[in-house]
Design a binder for this molecule. Structure first.
Ligand code: PMV
Length: 313
């Protein structure tokens, strides 16, 4: 008889893309780091009800009545039972999260990772299929995911990622701070990814050129990280933002926060993640400056901010 734990638990952090979002979908490199200040936790236990139930900030009730925005999770759960040859049973699932949803912090990959891990542990299975479950969920959530979110969140390591290449994990030892500002507006990664895909069809030359330039900037940012040159890194981040704006994936609220950060003395600033809302990041070499930028972002309407040291992981 298979062994089942009384409770399966899984957790996952968010992620921040330092450079290369969108271009990474089309084969160019991107650099991303785990964002450990935000976290999703998933708990799986046997249900007293006849049907599976889910308890989350967005929906609480029977899993088969969950809203469409949870399709990626309900489908992943079905896929999990089929893949592991398990008979479906009514489970009680609880999800609690401090990762803002649809803000470019990888919340969809994080919830899929945390829940897969909780299911795997509940049934005492090996985690060899974890990657498949998250990929299944991400495909439903995003349409055409590059895989960078899933990788950073699963490994919890900083990584330079390019499709069809072996990812390079690296340590971050930069003498500086990242300030993260949330516009409070939901972005739409799938819409933004689709828009770039459309632009590649309607204006292939210009769009390819922009993506290629972003790819080169990512290489430059990676080099400045290796050389621990934070001023250089900041300049490339700002260039990256200009190109993302040109691609049409930024938003007035993001542009405004980026401008505010730069006017307050940031070494560089850009949107992060899918865009069209969501979050931006700024770079500072001193904690005092980071705090000043944080205050300026909040004064300019940022819903929430975080300061993250860039050394020591
Ligand atoms: O918005 P997020 O956190 O899901 O980040 C998306 C990053 C993109 O490059 C826009 C898409 C992808 O799959 O890499």
């Amino acid at each position: 008889m298979r062994s089942v734990h009384h409770l399966g638990y899984g957790s996952a952090h968010g992620k921040i893309i330092l450079s290369g979002e969108h271009a990474v979908v089309h084969g160019y490199p991107a650099v991303a780091i785990p964002f450990t200040s935000v976290e999703i936790e998933a708990f799986v236990s046997t249900s007293d009800n006849l049907t599976a139930t889910i308890d989350s900030a967005y929906f609480t009730g029977s899993l088969d009545q969950a809203p469409e925005m949870m399709d990626h999770l309900t489908s992943m759960i079905d896929y999990f039972f089929a893949q592991e040859n398990l008979e479906k049973e009514p489970l009680q699932i609880k999800i609690s999260s401090t990762i803002p949803i649809e803000r470019g912090m990888g919340s969809s990959a994080a919830v899929a990772t945390a829940l897969s891990n909780a299911l795997i542990r509940f049934y005492d299975l090996s985690d060899e299929n974890l990657e498949k479950y998250v990929e299944h969920s991400e495909k439903m959530a995003h349409g055409n995911p590059s895989g960078i979110d899933a990788l950073v969140i699963r490994t919890n390591q900083a990584v330079k990622f390019q499709k069809n290449k072996i990812p390079e994990s690296f340590g971050l030892h930069l003498p500086g701070f990242l300030i993260i500002g949330d516009t409070g507006l939901k972005g739409s990664t799938s819409e933004a990814v689709r828009a770039v895909g459309d632009a590649l069809k309607t204006d292939p030359q210009k769009t390819h050129k922009t993506l290629e330039k972003i790819g080169q900037i990512t290489e430059n940012i990676y080099q400045s990280i290796e050389e621990e040159d934070i001023s250089e890194m900041g300049e490339w981040m700002t260039q990256n933002h200009k190109l993302l704006k040109l691609l049409g994936v930024s938003h007035d609220s993001l542009d405004q926060l980026v401008r505010t950060a730069l006017e307050t003395g940031a070494l560089g600033a850009k949107m992060t993640g899918g865009g069209r809302g969501g979050c931006m990041i700024a770079l500072a070499d001193q904690l005092d400056l980071a705090k000043k930028i944080e205050k300026a972002l909040l004064d300019r309407g940022a819903e929430k901010t975080w300061i993250m040291p860039l050394g020591g992981f």
